[in-house]
Design a binder for this molecule. Structure first.
Ligand SMILES: Cc1cc2nc3c(=O)[nH]c(=O)nc-3n(C[C@H](O)[C@H](O)[C@H](O)COP(=O)(O)OP(=O)(O)OC[C@H]3O[C@@H](n4cnc5c(N)ncnc54)[C@H](O)[C@@H]3O)c2cc1C
Ligand code: FES
Length: 481
């Protein structure tokens, strides 16, 4: 399963891997949209920047995004209003700053930025109620949304919210360009260079398999933070979801649509080819679906039935991390750790907010501060207020932990793929046997039958059939058995 965006960008830049020790002002770990933006802003401000990427530029969530750069974000604003009303406007302002930056950057650098309306629609009475709450939150935040009874979809809806003047992008093209500009401004990017450990202190040291980099500051732009310091994994829910691309006769939709009801349906045309329809949805907590393949098949079947499209051009999956109560976490890994920084919890809205996070992290290191900064701080009072909700997330995680170990110990499955025994051993059927115990904090991995990977149901670490780390908070592979 490969993202449509990689097919659209066949000639991608390749960076070397890190083979020698280095010293610099800032190490940025991760070259998704957040890491690339942070690196560019810091390099342009004259900092010496080293970017360490475990795979390649935009290989993570940024490579699998649907790329809507929107301030209308499903039901997110009403969620924030419910829990952190004092930061509703700040959150919207942060997103507006990120959106403005992306748009201006695209215009200046020739990357396509399509202006589109964003539409969130409801198909059920419950969804309509949610949408009305979202309308109130948008109005309170100063967003000029309008109620729309016919958002131009080939099925009945009960109502929709429309916000004009939003944008859609090819996030791989954008991130590649930002990374290239960061290099032009003096940053050094290393790919296939996984960070295994970061020693904190007044001058942190970042360790990879081959080399060490010491720096004044380290930014963990790794999706979910790879360090357990700060316990972000316990405040985040990893959510995997799916997307499919189809050829159509002309544009199938004229806006960026998102259902407020479940299962989620996200629609847009591709960029720049508007005769390709992108359909997303069917999200679930990573490692907790009965069958990931069924999720993809269901999405394909829905799209074919609804839009009368043919075979998919591409089908893929990606994951993002939901914060406990709406606001992302951007800032220090711990309040007293001055030199380690994180950005996470975008909850599938990390385009505008991802760019804003990059701007905010660069500002933090350059001694500047945007007016909206407090709304998305990692350790501000609203973030701490999430503790109760985090306890609920962890109760579920605890149940998953127990379930995994017990079911592996009792498993009578004869045929792989399966996780069996005590301690659990994972066998995919290609002859490789690896430990079934996640190297992050000991969860028992589950087989992902769509992507042929081992996914951890606790905090979303994912491993290839041979045990290599793909993503998530784990940094070490599953051991060979
Ligand atoms: C299906 C889907 C659709 C989405 N659609 C939208 C949308 O339409 N609009 C929107 O605003 N948002 C959307 N999002 C969310 C958005 O795509 C993400 O929030 C955003 O891309 C996150 O960017 P990032 O840079 O934080 O993470 P990533 O892009 O995941 O980048 C993190 C990078 O860190 C690297 N890394 C990780 N660990 C290490 C390590 N130990 N050493 C070195 N490197 C490491 C990874 O390889 C990766 O390249 C969507 C998300 C999903 C899952
Ligand atoms: S991701 Fe935390 S235990 Fe597996």
């Amino acid at each position: 399963m490969q993202s449509w965006w990689y097919d659209q960008n066949p000639a991608r830049p390749v960076y070397p891997f890190l083979a020698e020790d280095l010293s610099c002002d800032v190490v940025v770990v991760g070259a998704g949209l957040v890491g690339a933006t942070t690196a560019l802003m810091l390099a342009r401000a004259g900092k010496s920047v080293v970017v360490l990427e475990g795979r390649s530029v935009a290989a993570g969530t940024t490579g699998g995004t649907t790329g809507k750069v929107s301030l209308l974000q499903g039901s997110r604003l009403s969620t924030i209003r419910r829990h952190h009303s004092e930061h509703l406007r700040g959150y919207v302002d942060a997103n507006r700053a990120g959106q403005d930056w992306i748009r201006a950057y695209c215009e200046a650098s020739g990357v396509t930025y399509d202006v589109r309306d964003a539409v969130t629609y409801a198909t059920t009475a419950q969804g309509e109620k949610k949408l009305r709450q979202e309308q109130e939150a948008c109005q309170e935040a100063g967003l000029p949304v309008v109620w729309d009874t016919d958002p131009g979809l080939p099925y009945a809806v009960r109502g929709a919210l429309r916000l004009a003047g939003q944008g859609q992008i090819d996030a791989v093209a954008l991130t590649d360009r930002i990374a290239a500009d960061a290099v032009a401004a003096g940053a050094r990017i290393f790919q296939d260079t996984r960070v295994l450990k970061v020693d904190g202190g007044s001058r942190p040291r970042v360790r990879t398999e081959q080399a060490t980099v010491d720096a004044q500051d380290v930014v963990l732009a790794t999706g979910t933070p790879i360090l357990d310091r700060g316990g972000f994994f316990a405040r985040l829910t990893p959510e995997r979801s799916y997307a499919v691309a189809f050829r159509t006769d002309g544009p199938a939709v004229d806006a960026m649509h998102l259902s407020v009801d479940s299962p989620t349906r996200s629609l847009r045309t591709s960029t720049p080819d508007t005769s390709v329809l992108l359909v997303g949805g069917n999200g679930h907590t990573t490692g907790r679906a009965r069958s990931e393949r069924e999720k993809v098949e269901d999405l394909v079947a829905w799209a074919r039935q609804t839009f009368h499209v043919g075979e998919p051009l591409a089908a893929w999956s990606a994951q993002d991390y939901g914060p406990t109560r709406g606001l992302p976490y951007v800032g220090r890994v711990l309040p007293m750790e001055q030199h380690l920084h994180v950005a996470t919890g975008f909850n599938k809205w990390g385009m505008a907010m991802g760019a804003a996070a990059g701007l905010a992290l660069a500002d933090d290191l350059l001694g500047e501060e945007a007016t909206w900064r407090e709304a998305v701080q990692a350790w501000s009072r609203p973030a701490l207020r999430d503790a109760g909700a985090a306890a609920a997330v962890n109760a579920t995680v605890g149940v998953e932990m127990g379930k995994g170990w017990v079911s592996a110990a009792l498993s009578r499955d004869d045929e792989p793929p399966a996780v069996r025994g005590f301690p659990p051993c994972a066998e995919s059927g290609d002859g490789t046997k690896v430990s079934g115990v996640c190297t992050h904090l000991g969860g028992v991995v589950e087989w992902n039958d769509a992507e042929r990977t081992w996914d951890c149901p606790l905090h979303g670490s994912r491993f290839a059939e041979d045990g290599a780390v793909i993503e998530g908070p784990a940094t070490r592979p599953l051991r060979r058995r």
